[in-house]
Design a protein around this ligand. Structure first.
Ligand SMILES: NC(=O)c1ccc[n+]([C@@H]2O[C@H](COP(=O)([O-])OP(=O)(O)OC[C@H]3O[C@@H](n4cnc5c(N)ncnc54)[C@H](OP(=O)(O)O)[C@@H]3O)[C@@H](O)[C@H]2O)c1
Length: 280
């Protein structure tokens, strides 16, 4: 039996890091898409200490640039005949206004548009597989997002939380769309809500933020606990054949109402595709 080829974005920290570690121990051949080579090399070293015979390949990708995403995907497609699992984990919560290389608001640009573009570039290879999987790392924030298709929806900075929630709702709309589109294929589409976990994403560099850090550490899950549902979805067939899309811990979760609205989904995906096309 051949090994399982698993791509994880954003494995240098937090939930992605713990997911990578667990799947490596389970024998997955990891292809890690990271933006920071130094952190990625360190992670690889750590993993190979656990099992020197395991496989970890490092490919740089920055989800805030369509051209870098394209280079990453070109390399994946030329080097790997199979992609068994794609875990779209990389994500940001922006404390300040910032934009991607193409001028999209950074949270929406990285968490949604970059992830969307990367997935679309790899999807044919995933569809060739027997039971390949796409796992979208979602968040409870998807319930608080609100998306209307308006010209400025991908470029406007509102505030950190709103942009984050919207990006997580957008991801889930995309996951639902993938599920509907590929219903008759072998491709398995799942989304994981890892719960609130102690990781870099919630660290504030202000004095007040630092003072909350200890409390935050006590009341939240560890990233290792949060990674558990992603690992189950990636490494077992427990939920492969059921009709649910989103899971929290070990249970299916209802989707936000907006995700069920076909017209909203169609308009949103159409606008996404146009926005990407105009910038590649
Ligand atoms: N922690 C939570 O409470 C929580 C709850 C629900 C969902 N989530 C989701 O879980 C995922 C992982 O978050 P986390 O909590 O583990 O956060 P984290 O510790 O900050 O890790 C985020 C990862 O994404 C990478 N990343 C950020 N921007 C990137 C870019 N432009 N291109 C490529 N990679 C990029 C980071 O790389 P660097 O190491 O280079 O920064 C890091 O590896 C995110 O999608 C987040 O929305 C988190």
């Amino acid at each position: 039996m051949r090994e399982t080829f698993t791509i994880i974005t954003g494995a240098t920290s937090g939930i992605g890091y713990e997911t990578a570690k667990k799947l490596f121990i389970e024998g997955h051949h990891l292809i890690l898409g990271n933006r920071n080579n130094i952190k990625a090399e360190k992670l690889k070293e750590e993993l190979l200490k656990i099992n020197p015979n395991g496989h970890v390949d490092l490919l740089q990708v920055n989800l805030s640039s369509f051209s870098l995403i394209k280079s990453f995907c070109d390399k994946v497609l030329s080097d790997y005949e199979y992609i068994d699992v794609l875990i779209n984990n990389a994500g940001v919560f922006m404390r300040e206004k910032a934009f991607t290389q193409e001028g999209f608001e950074m949270t929406m640009g990285v968490n949604y548009l970059g992830t969307y573009y990367l997935t679309e570039l790899l999807i044919d290879r995933l569809l060739e597989g027997k039971n390949s999987k796409i796992i979208m790392v979602s968040s409870i924030g998807c319930y608080w997002g609100s998306l209307k298709v308006k010209p400025n929806i991908f470029v406007r900075r509102t505030n950190g939380f709103k942009d984050y929630f919207n990006s997580k709702l957008a991801n889930l709309i995309y996951a639902k769309e993938l599920l509907e589109k590929h219903r008759n294929s072998n491709l398995i589409i799942k989304a994981a809500d890892p719960g609130v976990a102690y990781s870099k994403i919630w660290k504030w560099k202000t004095k007040f933020g630092e003072s909350l850090d200890k409390l935050y550490q006590i009341i939240t899950n560890t990233s290792e606990e949060a990674a558990r549902i992603i690992v189950i979805l990636a490494n077992t067939n427990k939920y492969d054949k059921d009709n649910n899309l989103l899971y929290k811990f070990d249970k299916p979760r209802k989707l936000p109402k907006r995700v069920h609205k076909k017209k909203l989904r169609d308009d949103f995906i159409k606008f996404t595709e146009e926005s990407i096309k105009q910038n590649i």
